[in-house]
Design a protein. Sequence first.
Length: 218
Amino acid sequence: MVARAKPEFDAAAFLASAGLGRRIVQLAPKESFFTQGDPADAVFYLQKGRARVTVVSTVGKEATITLLAAGDFVGEESLAAPPGLRLATATAMTSCTALKIARDEMIRVMHEEHNFSDLFLKFLLARSMRIQADLVDQLFNSSEKRLARILLLMAEFGQPGSTESAIPKISQETLAEMIGTTRSRVSFFMNRFRKLGFVRYDGRIRVHKSLLNVILHD
């Protein structure tokens, strides 16, 4: 009797639907996926929406360390052995839909399904490159260029689409934290960008692709 071949694993279908060890969760803006210090017991895959990851120091100062978009994983520190506590807080910036994958199920599928482990490895490498780019940006670029880069990343330029995009609601205080400057400097740069036509306001901040000129100009 000929044994049936195992059907090919569909990573996209796995990440799109609930199942054993995974469930779909809905989050409203400002709702947390998890909080710094919580048990690290699951990985989240962001299906829709935008989110940010923050850390709080022992003296209570908060800093945003990365932004998340659809297609990103968050909470991968739960895969460390032995499982520990969350090192950061992940919070929805817009309404979000995410797949919550239990730690044991995530480890199982990574070991058994090469298609999935390849996909996850590519994500980790891309995140590592992004962190390196963020560090270079912080070390060598002016605060004005750092602000322009953050706005362009939030608008997801680099992806095919229109020349203008609205970004999730975000305060100038948060932008200042992200680029390492003061709120007054962010306000000054945002007013300059608006006068030059790089951004506009209509209840949301809309970023024009021409803001790239700020980054490219020496």
